[in-house]
Design a protein around this ligand. Structure first.
Ligand code: FMN
Length: 326
């Protein structure tokens, strides 16, 4: 399967990094880029904050040439503001602008945006049309099944996307009420793919290369999107690609490679987020790089207690001795 949109051609085995608030920043995307994803998404940004040129918000959607292609995701519920924000975002030259119709977080859906819009499909149509008409680049959308189990309306939602000029849809097949509970129901991805005139990206609960392969096979989707597992295991994209293309993949990532990538992430975080924020950012991530090792707790205690960059870096450099022995 491949996806061809104006200015964006994605070849066979389309693998996407999901938008993840608090994670998919520049350092993280540069790490994932090493693993050859087809397309990466920024964290979502509030359309109103974009319009007001909130410095933090604009920083979140900056794109470097070496990470392309990248999609910028925006959320909001006022068609005119979404269109105005999209025009500003377009100036950053992402390959795609993505609209969020799935976020269940109270800070988003509690204010009428994200998944709350699934209760008002005419408004979804107005938002999509306004944004599509405001920009020249392709616009995509990411959504859930509906508000809750009794109001699943994803078929209608995707029809509205098509009719409004949306060029690609990502489905995370849970309801808003489910948040992240239960299993995502891939049957819906298959059913949407059967009727959709636009490419369908399957998302939800891909943890292993076998899962990725199964999603392609079961749903016939045009691409897959991986979120949480990419944080836990950035190598997942290379593993999936190897499995799909060669039928085999490296199951155990050696500690030398874990250390190399973690050090790179550390350096990128300090460079792009600044020393203080970069250090804090890395505290969220050590666990993922080294979770399989017996002394991770001691390592974490040492690095969490220090703000000395040289010390923390040296702890990562010497991690072989510090962490892998019992
Ligand atoms: C910490 C976190 C932040 C997220 N932020 C966003 C976001 O900004 N925009 C969005 O559309 N989805 C967001 N999501 C949802 C993911 O993109 C994805 O749809 C979901 O995690 C299911 O995929 P997964 O099972 O591969 O993680 C977020 C998920 C997590 C865990």
């Amino acid at each position: 399967m491949s996806i061809s949109l104006p200015g964006l051609k994605l070849q066979d085995h389309v693998l996407m990094l999901a938008p993840m608030d608090g994670y998919t920043n520049i350092p993280f995307r540069l790490i994932i880029k090493e693993m050859s994803p087809s397309l990466m998404f920024t964290e979502f940004v509030n359309s109103d904050a974009v319009i007001h040129e909130n410095k933090k918000t604009i920083g979140k959607i900056r794109i470097l040439p070496e990470e392309r292609p990248v999609a910028i995701q925006i959320f909001g519920h006022k068609p005119e503001n979404m269109a105005e924000a999209a025009k500003i975002v377009e100036e950053l030259e992402p390959e795609l602008i993505d609209l969020n119709f799935g976020c269940p977080a109270p800070t988003v859906s509690g204010h009428g945006s994200g998944a709350a819009l699934l209760k008002d499909l005419p408004l979804v149509a107005r938002i999509c049309e306004s944004v599509v008409n405001a920009v020249k680049i392709p616009v995509s959308a990411k959504t859930r099944l509906g508000w809750d189990r009794t109001s699943i309306n994803v078929l209608q939602t995707v029809k509205i996307f098509e009719e409004s000029g949306i060029r690609m849809v990502t489905l995370h097949p849970r309801t808003k009420a489910q948040k992240f509970e239960g299993k995502s129901d891939w049957n819906y991805i298959r059913e949407i793919k059967k009727v959709s005139k636009i490419p369908v990206i399957g998302n939800g609960d891909i943890i292993t290369p076998e899962d990725a392969c199964e999603m392609f096979k079961m749903t016939n989707c045009d691409g897959i999107m991986i979120g949480r597992e990419a944080v836990k295991n950035p190598w997942i994209f290379s593993q999936v690609r190897d499995f799909l293309e060669k039928g085999t993949y490296l199951k155990e990532i050696p500690i030398s490679e874990r250390k190399r990538l973690c050090l790179k992430h550390f350096d990128l975080s300090l460079e792009f987020l600044g020393e203080h924020k970069g250090l804090l950012e890395m505290r969220k991530l050590y666990q993922n790089y080294f979770r399989a090792y017996p002394n991770i707790k001691h390592f974490k205690q040492a690095v969490f207690a220090s703000t000395d960059l040289v010390f923390v870096r040296s702890q990562i450099e010497n991690i072989d001795e510090n962490i892998s022995s019992t």
